[in-house]
Ligand binder design. Structure first.
Ligand SMILES: [Zn+2]
Length: 340
């Protein structure tokens, strides 16, 4: 923590604190330890109170430095910034509380892992008070090849940006927006990015009326995808084996249905497992119903729901709906398949 109170309850920043004095947590009022060293900026820490709303054990130097840098970015633009402002009614302490033109918003610079439950609860708190909030992610949450639940929970959506995430790099002192996030089975996550050291520039960019369309897979990406799918079918393990058995009962072979599963374009980044899993189960039901799609709408939504991450900041219902419409479009193209 960078802020504490002195004996008189006055706020004191860590860099102003003196060793030998007593400092207290603004949330739980426990006495804090002042820590300073060569590798970390001076900060306060709880002795031990994981229950406290302001508690963050083993706060990293990335988190401490990032908070100060972000506060600086906002201050140079004339915004009023309070670091670690404790909101008593919520028992929450956002990293930065910002006041600008009669509007309050908070920034959370998330460097440590955080459970979906906690993340939801904090976001809900801000929402209840009508405070806009932005989760800014640190290095630990960098997108690798795929998306994990730990990252997915911070994804938000805007009509002009699609699905997006915001990062802050302490090393480069830059804000990074990854937008138009998309995924496709067997391929790394796709995105576009915008980088700036200026907070206002980020906000302006996020309001730009961009027209984004799903990115088409190149022929090289498609052959990669098909190759990996065929290999999965060959090794026949886990979920794939289960799907193979489903189709076997109908006298069909899963790998021969690849034209249904291997998509032409990227799609919404919400699935925690391969999209072909829900598609195969849905397709099988359609096959058994001899192509009657109308009856199976609920199933199509439910199967997607089961394979999606939890994205507390996005309304997924209309996305599932859209994906189902797209997939039904493909099924209609191959209507002969259902009449055999
Ligand atoms: Zn405390």
């Amino acid at each position: 923590m960078l802020q504490a109170c002195n004996l008189d309850g006055e706020p004191i920043a860590a860099y102003q604190a003196e060793s030998g004095e007593s400092y207290y947590c603004p949330a739980c009022h426990a006495e804090l330890i002042l820590k300073s060293g060569a590798h970390k900026i001076t900060h306060f820490a709880h002795r031990n109170n994981p229950e406290c709303a302001a508690h963050s054990e083993g706060e990293t130097s990335e988190h401490l430095t990032g908070k100060l840098q972000l506060a600086q970015l906002l201050k140079v633009q004339g915004k009023t910034v309070i670091v670690e402002y404790y909101i008593e009614v919520l028992k929450q302490r956002p990293d930065l509380f910002v006041r600008h033109q009669q509007q309050n918003f908070v920034l959370e610079f998330q460097c440590a892992p955080l459970s979906v439950e906690k993340m939801k609860q904090r976001s809900e708190g801000y929402r209840r008070l009508g405070i806009a909030f932005l989760w800014i992610l640190g290095e630990r949450h960098r997108l690798q090849l795929g998306i994990t639940q730990q990252i997915a929970q911070f994804i938000r959506w805007l009509p002009n940006l699609g699905f997006y995430l915001v990062y802050y790099s302490v090393k480069r002192k830059k804000l990074e927006l990854y937008y138009h996030l998309e995924q496709a089975d067997y391929l790394p996550v796709a995105s576009l990015s915008f980088t700036t050291a200026n907070f206002q520039e980020l906000i302006t960019f996020m309001k730009k009326p961009l027209r984004l369309v799903p990115q088409k897979l190149t022929s090289r990406q498609r052959s990669q995808q098909i190759l990996k799918f065929q290999r999965d079918c060959f090794y026949s393990q886990g979920k794939i084996r289960e799907l193979q058995q489903d189709w076997y009962q109908e006298g069909l072979v899963l790998q021969q249905l690849e034209f249904f599963f291997m998509q032409q374009s990227y799609s919404a980044p919400l699935y925690g497992v391969k999209q072909l899993y829900w598609k195969s189960k849905y397709l099988l039901a359609v096959y058994r119903e001899k192509g009657k799609l109308a009856k199976l709408h609920q199933l199509g939504i439910r199967l997607q729901q089961q394979s999606s991450f939890s994205l507390p900041l996005v309304k997924l219902e209309h996305v599932w709906e859209e994906q189902l419409v797209d997939f039904n479009g493909i099924l209609k193209k191959y209507h002969w398949f259902f009449r055999v």
